[in-house]
Write a protein that binds this ligand. Structure first.
Ligand SMILES: Cc1cc2nc3c(=O)[nH]c(=O)nc-3n(C[C@H](O)[C@H](O)[C@H](O)COP(=O)(O)OP(=O)(O)OC[C@H]3O[C@@H](n4cnc5c(N)ncnc54)[C@H](O)[C@@H]3O)c2cc1C
Length: 508
């Protein structure tokens, strides 16, 4: 499942790994957070290395729907429910700073950005109250929102809140420019290099799959932090969701002009992508509209959905119903992390002696939040923390956020029990036939949970126990992967680590 952006962008080259090299800043992860913070430091004259286990934009950033918006579905009311108005205001101010930085950067680099209205709509009559609440909280934080009864979506809606003049783009355009600018300033981006551990010595010692490097500071911008210090993995919930792009017939008169997100279930995200130079004429000749449609939704906690392929099919069916003639061109999936109070975690990692920093928990609003996190960490390290970041750093955790965190951990505990109980009381691997193509199952080998899968004609057997904290994995039909329902680690059928808090492959 490759995203529209990753499928149409040439690969970005990698720099060589130099064992024992010494840098000022070592950034781990080449998504939007990592590359933005790397460029900020390189502009300040620091020697910067970005270490990336896969490739630039391989995870959430390259699979985002890339709406750069301050209206974020019903996010502000979720934050308000867990914290104070001052924190809501600081969140809005930080996201505005992130949005402004990215728009100025895109403008300075001539990157195509489309200005669009952001629309959070009610898909049911029950959603109306949520729309109105979001309107009130957004307005109280100074955002120029308005309420409307109508949208240009080709199906019934029940009212919406609109924030004009937001933006959308191709996230790989931004990552490509950040990478080029970083290199221009002497920074290096080393792909295919997994960070396995960091020792908070002076300088910090970074252990990778290819040897060690050293840095004054280490910035973990890995989606969820891959070090267990501070137990942040337990405070974050990993949520996976799906997106697909569609070509439409040339006579499609129903192409919506804004960026839409439902505030109620089923979640539907809708935006269009204008054709790049030269493609418009080809589309016309093929009887297709120049714009591509993107639809997203059907999110769920990682590893806790029985049949993920059904969720992809459901997205296609919904789109075919509402946009007649839509033909899928790409479909993909990605995950992001949610904090109990919906405000990202950004700052230093406990027991990191002020040398290890991290950012996580953007709750699928990382286009603005990744940049606010980068501005925050750059300010923290250079002694110039932005005022809104000071408020976010010092927010008080209210009982509602504690209750959310406890609820999430109770669910995690239940999944841990369910996984082990299911295997120990279930059949032995040898008693079961090999799985059909694209399928996988977990069974017992002795007392050990073993995952068996067949993908592209190859049958693999791996330990089905997550090396992070021992959760029993589940099979993801849509992406043919082993996923951990506890903290969101994911593995390829042969056990190779794909993402998540763990740093180890599965044993085969
Ligand atoms: C389906 C979906 C749609 C979304 N749509 C939107 C949207 O419209 N608007 C919006 O604002 N936000 C959106 N988001 C959220 C946004 O995409 C993310 O919050 C943001 O991209 C996160 O950026 P990041 O740089 O922190 O993480 P990532 O882009 O995930 O980058 C982390 C990088 O770290 C690397 N890494 C991990 N572990 C290691 C290791 N041990 N060693 C070395 N490298 C490592 C990974 O390979 C990866 O490249 C969406 C998210 C999803 C899932």
């Amino acid at each position: 499942m490759t995203s529209l952006w990753l499928a149409s962008t040439p690969e970005i080259t990698t720099d060589p790994f130099e064992p024992d090299a010494r840098y000022d800043e070592v950034v781990v992860g080449a998504g939007l957070t990592g590359l933005t913070i790397a460029l900020l430091f390189a502009r300040a004259g620091r020697r910067v290395a970005v270490l990336e286990s896969r490739s630039i934009g391989a995870l959430a950033t390259g699979k985002s729907t890339a709406k750069l918006s301050l209206l974020q579905s019903s996010q502000l009311q979720k934050i308000k429910a867990h914290t104070y108005q001052s924190v809501v205001q600081a969140y809005v101010d930080g996201n505005l700073a992130g949005q402004r930085w990215l728009l100025d950067y895109a403008d300075s680099r001539g990157i195509a950005v489309q200005r669009r209205d952001a629309v959070s709509y009610a898909g049911t009559s029950e959603g109306v109250a949520t729309v109105e609440r979001e309107y009130r909280i957004a307005a109280s934080a100074g955002l120029p929102v308005r309420l409307t009864d109508t949208t240009d979506l080709p199906f019934e809606t029940f009212g919406a809140v609109v924030l004009p003049d937001q933006a959308q783009f191709d996230p790989l355009d931004i990552l490509g420019a950040l990478a080029a600018d970083l290199r221009e300033l002497g920074g290096v981006i080393i792909q295919g290099t997994r960070v396995i551990g960091v020792k908070a010595e002076k300088p910090a010692r970074v252990r990778t799959s290819r040897g060690e490097v050293f840095g004054d500071h280490v910035l973990l911008t890995t989606g969820t932090p891959m070090l267990n210090r501070g137990l942040y993995f337990a405070k974050l919930s990993a949520k996976r969701s799906y997106a697909a792009s569609y070509s439409l017939p040339a006579d499609a008169t129903l192409l919506p002009q804004g960026m839409y997100l439902s505030v109620d279930a089923p979640t539907r995200s809708v935006r269009t992508v204008p054709a790049k130079d030269g493609v418009t004429a080809d589309a016309g000749a093929a009887g297709l509209a120049a714009d591509t449609l993107i639809v997203g939704g059907n999110g769920h906690p990682v590893g806790r959905e029985h049949d993920t392929q059904r969720l992809v099919d459901d997205l296609h069916e919904w789109t075919a119903d509402h946009f007649p003639g839509a033909k899928p061109t790409h479909s993909w999936s990605a995950q992001d992390y949610e904090t109990p109070h919906r405000v990202p975690f950004v700052g230093y990692l406990p027991r990191g002696r002020g040398r290890i920093y991290f950012a996580s928990g953007y709750d699928k609003w990382g286009m603005t939040n990744a940049v606010q996190a980068a501005l925050t960490l750059f300010g923290d390290i250079t002694g110039d923390t932005p005022p809104w970041a000071k408020v976010l750093h010092h927010r008080v955790t209210l009982p509602a956020a504690i209750a959310s965190g406890l609820g999430a951990n109770a669910a995690t505990g239940w999944w841990a029990l369910k996984g082990w109980a299911g295997v120990l009381t279930g059949p032995a691997t040898d008693d079961l036939p090999l799985p059909d193509e694209g399928q996988g199952f977990i069974a017992r080998s002795g007392l050990r949970p073993t995952g068996t899968s067949t993908v592209d004609g190859r049958t693999c057997q791996v330990s089905a126990v997550c090396p992070h904290l021992g959760g029993v994995l589940t099979w993801n039909t849509a992406e043919t992967s082993w996923d951990c329902p506890l903290h969101g680690s994911r593995f390829a059928p042969d056990g190779t680590l794909l993402e998540g808090p763990t740093t180890h492959d599965l044993r085969t």
